[in-house]
Design a protein around this ligand. Structure first.
Ligand code: NAI
Length: 469
């Protein structure tokens, strides 16, 4: 075994960027090149405005960039120099053909693998970091065989990423575990050892778990499915609370004391979003269907059904409280990102909520500390939503710098993202400038409901019945 000196990461996105920044930061003896086909994204990484917002990330990038961390579009050159190559490209759900709406689209993984096999003149360890279907490592191995040079060997490892956006830096610095899957033979074990040696620069050896490739690939899908399942489970109980007069926060607290259940990830909400949960559950469902495990597929499908139901329930309640019509009423959305501390809007619950509001004829003003206007419009012009783009631009505004302007004349405030700053607003002042009756719908359970009611608001929150006057 020779020490790893050079790493190339294909894909400079939410995973590739932060992961490699931490590797560079913790391993000054390793040169790390993060490559991407998108010149725009690479330019952004090399500018003072890095392309993703993640607390603590910019500081780490600025410490390492130009020293042992480089962002570039020179894909082939960096592949050739590398001992280890991470594949961190996007794996969206297929929008065409076989497995439409279910199977992950491996177009980008395949193109990365083909480039590697074309240009690599020496043997490499290839690491699938992207979330892929079970047995993808086998497919990648076959793709790599396509036109590789003589005497070049590839060892393919699975090393799924478990970071969560919003807390990525802490997750990467202090991971719960690192999972590495590889072939159960001499060469596979050697490759696992090489990758493990990189992590051992900052992660305790007992936290580095090794397994076979399939178990590793399935573990990532299973972990995300279980996390999403917890949210849907709590949200399903929140529906019972609203109907019965129980309080979901009290129920979550009570069940969370059970050490077998644990108290994390029990927060009721408008439903989960983000680029991963839905996609990965669909990936799991597709796998089950292919393995003829119909009951298992149906079980996981229900997690998605409840998530959509939660958003629909929330909106239905809003429409009902606003006298069954939103036509030409101004509604202020607090948050558009899929969760706090990120600017990421992929699959955000706010998107579907806006869709329902626009179908009802509402005028929407969005307040979000990190989401940009173009990004928001891009999400709302997704053809699946079937909203005419001119109408979206006419009816949806972003107004993130002026809270008063955003709330002036509004009939309702709707909390979609749990940003801390929303707790600090002067709701007394906001109440004065809103239409009456002034409504607040707390889809994240972050506001002080009793205080808001005492100001005069009509308040509704997920998972509880409030004593409105
Ligand atoms: P992303 O879309 O932010 O980044 C992917 C990047 O890969 C893009 O910049 C794209 O231009 C680039 N790319 C695609 N094909 C390429 C090629 N052939 N050569 C060079 N660059 C190429 O995606 P993100 O969020 O980083 O996700 C990547 C993978 O990691 C996905 O499989 C995802 O499921 C997984 N993952 C994502 C997490 C997240 O929090 N976003 C967490 C854990 C896993």
């Amino acid at each position: 075994s020779k020490p790893i000196k050079n790493i190339c990461c294909i894909g400079a996105g939410y995973v590739g960027g932060p992961t490699c920044s931490i590797i560079a930061y913790k391993c000054p003896h390793i040169q790390v090149n993060v490559v991407d086909l998108s010149q725009e994204r690479i330019n952004a990484w090399n500018s003072p405005n890095i392309p993703i917002y993640e607390p603590g990330l910019n500081e780490i990038v600025q410490k390492c960039i130009g020293k042992n961390l480089h962002f570039t579009t020179k894909v082939e050159e960096c592949i050739e120099k590398a001992d280890i190559i991470f594949i961190s490209v996007n794996t969206p759900t297929k929008t065409y053909g076989v497995g439409l709406g279910r199977a992950p689209d491996l177009t980008y993984v395949e193109s990365a693998a083909r480039t590697i096999s074309k240009v690599a003149k020496t043997s490499k360890i290839i690491v699938e970091k992207s979330t892929v279907p079970v047995k993808a490592a086998e497919s990648i191995t076959n793709m790599l065989k396509s036109n590789h040079q003589p005497n070049v060997e590839f060892q393919v490892l699975s090393n799924p990423e478990f970071l969560a956006e919003g807390t990525a830096i802490n997750d990467l610095l202090k991971p719960d575990r690192i999972l590495i899957g590889g072939d159960n033979n001499e060469k596979g074990k050697w490759a696992i050892g090489q990758l493990s040696s990189v992590y051992e620069n900052w992660v305790e050896k007992s936290l580095i778990i090794t397994t076979n490739t399939w178990s590793s690939e399935l573990s990532k899908l299973a972990a995300n499915a279980m996390l999403a399942q917890r949210i849907s489970s709590v949200n399903s109980i929140s529906a019972i609370c609203e109907a019965s007069g129980a309080d979901i926060e009290h129920v979550s607290r009570a069940i969370g004391f059970d050490t077998r259940i644990g108290n994390k990830f029990l927060q009721a909400s408008v439903g989960f979003g983000g680029s991963c949960f839905q996609k990965d559950i669909n990936n799991l469902i597709y796998l089950c269907e292919n393995l003829n495990l119909k009951e298992v597929a149906e079980y996981w499908h229900q997690v998605l059904v409840i998530n959509d139901y939660q958003k629909k329930r929330f909106v239905d309640k809003i429409v009902k409280c606003l006298f069954n019509t939103l036509n030409n009423k101004k509604i202020t959305l607090l948050g558009f990102a899929f969760k706090k501390n990120t600017g990421d809007t992929r699959e955000s619950a706010a998107i579907q909520i806006c869709k329902y509001f626009l179908d009802e004829g509402a005028l929407i003003t969005v307040l979000d500390p990190k989401v940009e206007y173009e990004q928001m419009i891009l999400e709302l012009s997704n053809p699946q939503l079937n909203l005419p783009i001119e109408m979206v631009k006419r009816k949806v505004q972003l107004c993130s710098t002026d809270v008063i302007e955003a709330c002036k004349g509004s009939h309702a405030l709707v909390v979609c993202t749990e940003w801390d700053i929303f707790k600090t607003y002067d709701y007394k002042g906001i109440y004065e400038i809103m239409q009456k009756p002034a409504h607040i719908f707390d889809g994240r359970l972050i506001l002080d409901h009793e205080q808001l009611i005492s100001i005069g608001f009509h308040v509704e929150a997920v998972g509880k019945k409030l004593n409105n006057q």
